[in-house]
Design a protein around this ligand. Structure first.
Ligand code: SF4
Length: 350
């Protein structure tokens, strides 16, 4: 139910729609945060949608006091709608950093086959952009990352169901291939590409950062994890990266993107490696030690000669990103998540 009321202040009139509640009689404050608007009453905080451009305060309520008490309400339906759109956009449009890396590699290649393969890849993503078709027939498992601000209160339903509904609608509306089976051993397609692979993280703030990364399994299957003893040292990690890429060969549709996660526990290392694939290819690890390692390993990989689609050439990887975190004194987990030249992801903040 939506109520509308005109509120006058500072000589101006603001038209406000308040979902479900109407303008409360005991209104004490109205504020704007990003693209959302809030009402604070003596007893509760309400999220509203309105076309206003300034914060309006009543009864001289102090901003600091008011901010401390706010929980921003976000309806899970908004997450569903955003995911529906992002699933389609991620499958139809490669990120600009991936396109730029392919173009740079094309400029460096001198072999005829390698040049032709890269030209085909460029033409392919241009057609996908122009005609709104998927960049690849494997439209992947929908990996969904939600960074949820701790000052957000989710309303209107179950988050897990809302996420799956967004993926379901996006894959249906975008005519994207359904690639998920019900059971890992007995198989059987779920028919709607759900469930999504959902990763949630609580972060400071009052927004939700939503990322969709459709992941093909030609490359996912070539990923690896190893629990090193600390004595393996840096050389152990370097050898493992090269060994994994060599084993992958042409299977992950190179030029590939290599995500490396070092540290944490067995599962955290794998998550770090997957998150490393989301980082722009033209960025570096903030620690110069790992930034140099990224460069060194990328150069070594590109000397393997696997080349575009495995036909040989200078370009085996478009990029290599490393993510790290502290770990146990007795261990040094290392995970390598391989991705392909169709390393897709789209992000939106609500
Ligand atoms: S590995 Fe990538 S490019 Fe190859 S089929 Fe899978 S999604 Fe497509």
């Amino acid at each position: 139910m939506t109520h509308t009321k005109t509120v006058g202040t500072m000589g101006l009139a603001w038209s406000i729609s308040v979902h479900s509640y109407g303008i409360p009689k005991n209104l004490v404050a109205l504020a704007m945060r990003g693209s959302n608007y809030y009402i604070k009453t003596k007893n509760e905080n309400l999220t509203i949608s309105a076309h206003i451009e300034y914060s309006i305060y009543y009864k001289n309520l102090k901003r600091t006091t008011e901010k401390e008490n706010f929980m921003r309400e976000i309806e899970v339906a908004k997450i569903t709608d955003t995911l529906e759109r992002l699933c389609i956009e991620a499958n139809e449009h490669l990120p600009q950093d991936v396109k730029s890396a392919i173009l740079q590699c094309r400029a460096l290649e001198d072999g005829e086959i390698a040049k032709n393969v890269l030209d085909n890849m460029i033409e392919n993503y241009e057609i996908a952009d122009r005609e709104h078709v998927p960049v690849c027939q494997d439209t992947g498992m929908a990996c969904v990352f939600l960074e949820i601000g701790q000052d957000v209160h989710l309303t209107g339903g179950d988050l897990r169901e809302a996420v799956d509904e967004g993926v379901r609608r996006g894959y249906e509306k975008g005519y994207l291939r359904k690639s998920v089976v019900k059971d890992p051993v007995r198989r059987g397609n779920t028919g709607d590409n759900t469930p999504a692979m959902l990763y949630t993280e609580i972060v400071p703030g009052e927004q939700i950062r939503i990322t969709v990364a459709p992941k093909g399994f030609g490359s996912e299957n070539m990923s690896a994890i190893r629990m090193f003893k600390p004595s393996a040292g840096l050389e152990g990690i370097k050898d493992f990266i090269i060994e994994t890429v060599e084993n992958a060969g042409p299977n992950p549709c190179p030029p590939m993107v290599v995500g490396v996660g070092i540290g944490g526990t067995f599962d955290k290392a794998a998550l770090l490696a997957k998150k490393a694939l989301l980082r722009p290819l033209d960025s570096s690890h903030p620690d110069p030690f790992y930034a140099e390692l990224e460069q060194e390993m990328l150069q070594k990989i590109n000397k393997l000669g696997i080349g575009p689609q495995g036909f040989g050439g200078r370009t085996t990887a478009l990029g290599l990103n490393i993510e790290t975190m502290p770990t146990h004194i007795a261990g040094m987990p290392c995970a390598i998540n391989i991705s392909c030249h169709v390393t897709r992801h789209q992000t939106e903040v609500i």
